[in-house]
Design a protein around this ligand. Structure first.
Ligand code: ITT
Length: 185
């Protein structure tokens, strides 16, 4: 089955390809816009996005809305993570967190898919912390400053290893379970 991955982010497509190609799914990158509603919940962004894209006639697709929720900022940038990355960037966040002891953060990923007339929405989380400096060159976005174990950043590990522990990896396993339960793979 061909599954359209609707995103502007090629880093996400790479992770979906690695995780899903073994299940006979052919991932097609669709670089297309959908409205991201202002809400505190990734699931709501995804739900509205799926409905809009389906209404526009797109079939067999998935969308992914992710965010980094930092304790010290009471969950910011969270659903505004794309904006946080564009404005503050990793350096800006590190600067704002100089001397901060509570470096806890949670990465969340919500996957929403519309396959035939079926809708699937699943969310994965990965707890970790914000490092003191940027590390590594793999991955994308916040990967150089987020560490799931307090030692290595996501940008220091290969994508297949990131997929084992990451928010997207957890969401992907739930997604695969749903596809199997519904007989779609
Ligand atoms: P689309 O909405 O087009 O899919 P995006 O990159 O804007 O692409 P999100 O809104 O889901 O995607 O992501 C919010 C921000 O969080 C964005 O800057 C991403 O680069 C970053 N991000 C998402 N997943 C990430 C991950 O696994 N590792 C590091 N940064 C991530």
């Amino acid at each position: 089955m061909r599954l359209n991955v609707v995103t502007h982010n090629p880093g996400k497509v790479k992770e979906y390809n690695l995780a899903l190609s073994g299940y006979g799914l052919e991932m097609v990158h669709v670089n297309r816009e959908y409205d991201e509603v202002q809400t505190a919940y990734l699931e709501e962004v995804v739900d509205k996005g799926i409905k809009q894209l389906a209404k526009e006639g797109l079939t067999d697709f998935l969308v992914d809305d992710s965010g980094l929720f930092i304790n010290h900022f009471k969950g910011f940038p969270g659903v505004y993570s794309a904006y946080g990355q564009k404005t503050l960037g990793n350096k800006g966040i590190l600067k704002l967190m100089e001397g901060v002891e509570d470096r806890g953060a949670v990465f969340k990923c919500c996957i929403g898919a519309r396959i035939g007339d079926q809708t699937i929405i699943v969310t994965g989380q990965c707890p970790g912390e914000i490092l003191l400096e940027e590390r590594g060159t793999e991955g994308f976005g916040y990967d150089p400053i987020f560490s799931p174990d307090g030692v290595h950043s996501f940008a220091e590990i290969p994508t297949d290893e990131k997929n084992i522990i990451s928010h997207r990896g957890v969401a992907l396993r739930l997604f695969i379970d749903e596809l199997k339960a519904r007989g779609l793979i």
